[in-house]
Design a protein around this ligand. Structure first.
Ligand SMILES: [Zn+2]
Length: 166
């Protein structure tokens, strides 16, 4: 089964990267860690946090809830820790999930988005995705390309690492 995540307030950017990879990710933004544990158990989510004290909680030490401690302050290194720890590379489907609200995106044809995207975009782009919840439209612009490049570099770094382990 594809892993689902819940990110602690201290690793929000990491959560965005995971959504970008297509993973179901909830951003937890309250102070009460207990509620985060409850949500993780109820929804079968893996907790991602930078808080090492949090890792000492009973629900985690007993394995009732799975959690990954990300040590770095840099979101790309945090992502790489998550990819390595959970061996995620094979499953990811980039740009299938809304970065704002976590919903699965729906593919839209060019004529369906006419008038809803800037003209300069409409002229150049053929493929679009739309969020059914917030109606946000995504296309493969320069931002998308930069992100894909970064993701595939992280994924291939993981494969090289695996190669050494064999
Ligand atoms: Zn959305």
């Amino acid at each position: 089964m594809e892993p689902k995540f819940i990110t602690d307030v201290n690793v929000g950017k990491l959560g965005k990267w995971l959504r970008l990879m297509g993973y179901d990710t909830l951003f937890f933004d309250e102070q009460d860690d207990g509620l985060m544990v409850k949500a993780a158990i109820a929804q079968g989510r893996i907790i991602l946090t930078k808080d090492s004290e949090f890792m000492k909680r009973r629900a985690i030490s007993t394995g009732r809830v799975k959690a990954v401690l990300v040590g770095s302050d840099r979101p790309d290194q945090q992502l790489s820790t998550v990819i390595n720890t959970l061996e995620l590379t094979k499953e990811y489907r980039p740009f299938t999930r809304c970065l704002k609200c976590n919903s699965m995106l729906i593919s839209r044809s060019k004529h369906e988005v006419e008038g809803s995207v800037p003209e300069r975009v409409y002229e150049k782009q053929e493929q679009y995705m739309q969020c059914p919840s917030c109606r946000r439209i995504y296309w493969k612009g320069t931002h998308w390309q930069a992100m894909s490049g970064k993701l595939s570099r992280l994924a291939s770094a993981q494969q090289e690492k695996k190669g050494e382990d064999l």
